[in-house]
Design a binder for this molecule. Structure first.
Ligand SMILES: [Mg+2]
Length: 283
């Protein structure tokens, strides 16, 4: 995988590949690491030097922009399997509504559960400062992508003016973008996406950058592979849990007491349920 990965990284950097092509290259990288781990008879995490077999996870299977009326019931539902952390999407027309939704969720989940908030890049820098001001006493675990993902200086301005930890990274396309983000002081926390950062190889480099910067690292989507990657990440923080792939997997990622259980099967542990795949295949 390392030789292949050097070629892929070179293509990433020379051609500035993003989007579908970059994702495909990362997929090939992940498949190559999976094959190597299987050939060694080791779970990917162990091949990468990890000793832990559990990773703290937050339940991201919901709490879209559903408003303060419906949010409490859904928030309670997300605490199944012992989850102790969930995430709510914000960015309503009125700042007041953001606060009301957070209040409603907090009332439902109690004080002990960690609550993250995600703006998905929707605010201007000025509006983000205004809204994080309004939310500063709500004990948010982080505020994610409050403004445009490639506006590192904008994120740094927001970060300098709020006490809520600023989270970003799901849109870092390769470690060279992550390095620029770190240099700009854009965020307190980082959350590379295994696919956009360049697969397993890109993640390992990202984990090294974060470790040197003392930055806690969370994952974005792809929980089945991300569990292995976080287990091998020195500053591992939270795994984002979604169950999107579970219907087509033989052994979906297990969550026990709010922790993702890293598969002990060789490779990533991903085995397709071929019947289920055939059922949903579009030809
Ligand atoms: Mg996000």
């Amino acid at each position: 995988p390392l030789a292949l990965e050097r070629k892929l990284q070179g293509m990433f950097r020379l051609l500035g590949l993003k989007g579908v092509t970059g994702m495909a290259l990362a997929g090939i990288d992940m498949a190559a690491w999976d094959a190597l781990a299987r050939a060694q008879g080791l779970p990917l995490a162990r091949l990468l030097g990890a000793e832990r077999d559990r990773v703290p996870a937050y339940n991201s299977c919901g709490l879209g922009m559903i408003g303060s009326h419906d949010a409490p019931a859904e928030a309670e539902h997300l605490l199944v399997h012992g989850f102790e952390a969930i995430k709510v999407r914000l960015g309503y027309v009125e700042a007041r509504t953001d606060v009301e939704v957070v209040w409603a969720v907090r009332r439902a989940i109690g004080e002990r559960v960690a609550l993250m908030a995600d703006y998905n890049q929707i605010l201007s820098v000025a509006e983000a400062v205004r809204r994080t001001d309004a939310l500063q006493d709500e004990d948010l675990h982080w505020v994610e992508e409050p403004t445009l993902a490639d506006d590192y200086s904008g994120h740094a301005q927001i970060r300098s003016r709020t006490r809520i930890p600023v989270q970003m990274g799901e849109n870092w396309w390769g470690t060279h973008e992550m390095a620029k983000s770190l240099a700009a002081g854009a965020s307190d926390l980082g959350m590379p996406d295994a696919m956009k950062i360049g697969g397993v190889s890109g993640w390992l480099r990202a984990a090294a950058l974060a470790e040197a910067a003392g930055m806690p690292v969370s994952s974005h989507l792809f929980p089945e592979v991300s569990a292995h990657l976080l287990a091998a990440t020195p500053t591992a923080h939270w795994l984002e849990y979604v169950d999107w792939a579970s219907p087509v997997l033989q052994s979906p990622l297990r969550i026990e007491l709010g922790q993702a259980v890293v598969s002990d099967r060789p490779g990533t542990g991903i085995e397709w349920d071929e019947d289920a795949v055939a059922h949903v295949l579009v030809t």
